[in-house]
Design a protein around this ligand. Structure first.
Ligand code: CTP
Length: 401
């Protein structure tokens, strides 16, 4: 189940042109199963109407009128009490100043003062206002109190100028919401490395040997580890995917790059979801191979086996408390996976039947059987790569206990 499912989120919307982006945030949160209570400030209402938010959340959107309504004396307390997270996106310089100084003169700021849940703000203002010493002091004050801050980004500002002050994109706010909600998860305090994508082995400056891996399962694993509160490093080959917000991203191409990147990091857990090459050209041509020179004979050599190097029986020390591998097989799934589990010194392996149309490379779903070092097995039903990732992360958390 998604980390957002059933979560109670207050979304504060203040007076910035970026308020229109808040409708997208409210919509995406609702689609992911969150209960979203929007509170607009007076200035926020001037940019987007409460009706817009009510339409996307299916819940009442609150305004300052509600501060003076029938339930005025309890409204701010009750909203703040049930919330798992208070997000203010966009957050103006004025609202940042009020939050920093405990000023509570509208429903949003009074709710922020009463709420016990974490607060995430996405500042949005003109560059000069953000750079002003008053705003910078307020920012520091809020950060020192543990307020999560995302952005602002650099770029075109409503004033027509360029500078730092744009609200970050909704996807970034959504990613930060997940990170903030995951803070007390099962992997809080743990470091997880995930590798993803198909490696590329150069033939010449233009051509590579690669495979069909899309990186989807690895990216889903990185997101699931973040949702569980882990500090995540995603070592990835070039993919078409958007990296999860909050992960440290290390870009690599070849198996050797991936191994070097891995040896540079230390972590509690390694999940080797990448489709790493077994063979690579023995010699990489300095210049582009030309047709006129005839058909090249490309001699291959073994690429390093990353798991065997860092976890297998050949490696001197166990670098990770839990090491997980994948076995992509088109036949003899369990026999082959079981052999890899042992030879690569893994805690468990996710055996993946790539002969099925609904599993393996580039599709959204996977058919996985988990084989554990103690001999136990769990066959997962056909599920999305996100669901499979959550299952794998649950087992990692169990093994770490
Ligand atoms: N793997 C690795 N280094 C490699 C190749 C694979 O660490 N050079 C890892 C993969 O990331 C995966 C596991 O080993 O977690 C199994 O990969 P797979 O391709 O299924 O098996 P191989 O060991 O490469 O054996 P084969 O290709 O013969 O099935």
């Amino acid at each position: 189940m998604s980390i957002l499912s059933g979560k109670h989120i207050i979304l504060g919307v203040t007076g910035s042109i970026a308020a229109y982006k808040a409708a997208d945030i409210a919509s995406k949160l609702t689609q992911a199963g969150a209960l979203v209570d929007v509170i607009l400030t007076g200035a926020g209402e001037k940019f987007v109407s409460p009706l817009t938010f009510q339409s996307v959340t299916g819940r009442k959107a609150f305004t300052d009128k509600d501060l003076w309504g029938d339930q005025a004396h309890v409204m701010h307390i009750s909203l703040g009490k049930v919330a798992d997270l208070l997000v203010i996106a966009p957050c103006t310089a004025d609202t940042m100043a009020k939050l920093a100084h405990g000023i509570a003169d509208n429903l949003l700021t009074v709710t922020a003062l009463a709420a016990k849940c974490p607060l995430l703000i996405a500042p949005a203002m003109d560059g000069g206002m953000f750079d002003h010493p008053a705003t910078q002091e307020n920012l520091k004050t809020l950060q020192s109190r543990g307020v999560w801050v995302t952005g602002p980004a650099e770029g075109h500002l409503a004033s027509g100028l360029k500078g730092t002050g744009r609200m970050v994109e909704p996807a970034e706010v959504l990613g930060q919401i997940r990170v903030a909600l995951g803070q007390n998860g099962e992997l809080t305090g743990k470091k997880v490395i995930v590798t993803a994508g198909g490696t590329q082995e150069a033939i010449d400056p233009v051509r590579v040997i690669t495979n069909h891996s899309s990186g989807k399962q690895g990216y889903a694993l990185a997101q699931a580890a973040l949702d569980a509160g882990a500090e995540v490093t995603l070592i990835t080959t070039p993919t078409a995917l958007t990296p999860p917000v909050g992960a440290k991203i290390v870009n690599v191409k070849s198996v050797q790059d991936m191994l070097d990147a891995l040896l540079n990091e230390s972590a509690d857990v390694l999940v080797m979801a990448a489709a790493a090459a077994d063979f690579r050209p023995k010699h990489v041509a300095q210049n582009k191979l030309k047709k006129r020179d005839g058909i090249p004979q490309i001699e291959l050599e073994a690429a390093p086996d990353i798991l065997k190097t860092v976890a297998g029986s050949g490696s001197k020390t166990k670098r990770f408390k839990v090491t997980v591998g994948f076995a992509a097989e088109s036949r003899d799934l369990l026999e082959n996976a079981s052999e890899k589990l042992k030879s690569k010194g893994l805690d468990f392996i996710a055996a993946n039947d790539i002969s099925a149309k609904d599993a393996g490379f580039a599709v959204e779903t996977n058919r996985i059987t988990l084989l554990f070092a103690d001999g136990s097995q769990e066959t997962l039903p056909l599920m999305t790569k996100t669901e499979a990732a959550e299952k794998i992360i649950e087992h990692i958390a169990r093994l770490l206990k």
